[in-house]
Design a protein around this ligand. Structure first.
Ligand code: ADP
Ligand code: MG
Length: 311
């Protein structure tokens, strides 16, 4: 069966530096092009944690230095990360397609994701970003810039931003028009640039949308059949990292709920993936989600490995 598949790439698909990333995406492109070659429609989403962190740090260091560059707001840092990650991905996927005799067009859409300004997450910012400061420095920054800052595990003070839920994808019509024309689209990079809607205005907010939730929302919007979350592990486990660790081939929604309540999935890593998978799998009959590793993507889609989550 030919499916419309949203593939969400995790941090391990992109590497740690721009040079490393450019090399690594050549490998990342292979399993993605395998899916395209099999006739599936593929839409690509990806994370940006380390990349947006690096841009944010570089820009704030430069603006605090003699160079005196202007300050770069956090949503703009997110847009920059979508741009250069998208460039690397579209470049590598295009090359891999051409190597296999396919000339499917590939492009990145700089994507804004709408969040609710009343989202309770804004009252409890949790995502640390940027450099560490002393208590005194942090107090100055908090009063001058109005940032939320917290003490981070004894290492110093750090800015924190909220992690609100995605509501809608502003560029969804464009994304769907491209899919319709058989283009490979890279979208909602880093979970999307978070924006709040005020009348005709979309206003960027300093926040981080979880890329797993944004991918799940995207998959619903484009009416995908399949959400594939590619990460560093081949399967989801219960008792992860313990002697009685058990890798799971399939998870029903009931099992997901039970294991979540028992605390089997780490918040900030596996928990959002399982929740995003559940949300998509329950959004319409027939939809299913798979969590597996980049290396095992092909085996996963053939049902040989990975953790399948379906109603
Ligand atoms: P990504 O960059 O792909 O979002 P994350 O590091 O956020 O990756 O999440 C994947 C990680 O979640 C795995 O590498 C693993 O270390 C961790 N993890 C936490 N709980 C579990 C679990 N129950 N089963 C499998 N992996 C888990
Ligand atoms: Mg993650």
């Amino acid at each position: 069966m030919k499916d419309k598949i949203v593939v969400a790439l995790g941090g391990n698909a992109l590497g740690k530096t721009p040079v490393e990333q450019l090399q690594l995406v050549k490998q990342t492109a292979k399993p993605i092009v395998d899916l395209i070659q099999e006739g599936h429609e593929v839409v690509l989403a990806h994370g940006n944690g380390p990349q947006v962190g690096m841009i944010n740090l570089a820009m704030s260091t430069a603006s605090n230095s003699e160079a005196g560059t202007p300050e770069m707001p956090f949503p703009e840092c997110g847009a920059m990360s979508q741009g250069y990650i998208g460039y690397h991905l579209q470049n590598a996927i295009r090359e891999e397609l051409l190597n296999r005799g396919m000339n499917t067009p590939v492009a990145t859409v700089i994507t804004q994701v709408i969040v609710d300004k009343e989202d309770p997450a804004f009252k409890h910012p949790t995502k640390p970003i940027g450099s560490f400061y002393s208590k005194e420095e942090a107090e100055v920054i908090m009063s001058e810039k109005g940032y939320d800052m917290v003490e981070d595990a004894g290492r110093g003070w750090r800015r924190v931003v909220a992690s609100p839920l995605p509501i809608d994808v502003a560029e969804k019509e464009t994304v769907m028009a491209l899919i319709e024309k058989n283009h490979v689209v890279i979208t909602v990079g880093g979970g999307g640039i978070p924006v709040v809607q005020e009348g005709n205005q979309l206003i960027g907010v300093p926040a981080v949308i979880d890329k797993d939730f944004a991918s799940s929302k995207l998959a619903e919007i484009v009416d995908a059949d399949y959400l594939i979350i590619l990460t560093a592990v081949e399967q989801v486990a219960i008792n992860y990292g313990k002697p009685d660790e058990k890798w799971l081939k399939e998870l029903s929604i009931e099992e997901c709920n039970q294991y979540i309540s028992e605390g089997h999935f780490a918040p900030g890593s596996m928990l959002p993936k399982v929740q995003a998978a559940m949300k998509f799998a329950t959004s319409k009959p027939g939809r299913r989600a798979l969590i597996t590793s980049l290396e095992k993507a092909a085996d996963g889609i053939e049902g040989k490995t990975g953790t399948l989550i379906k109603m």
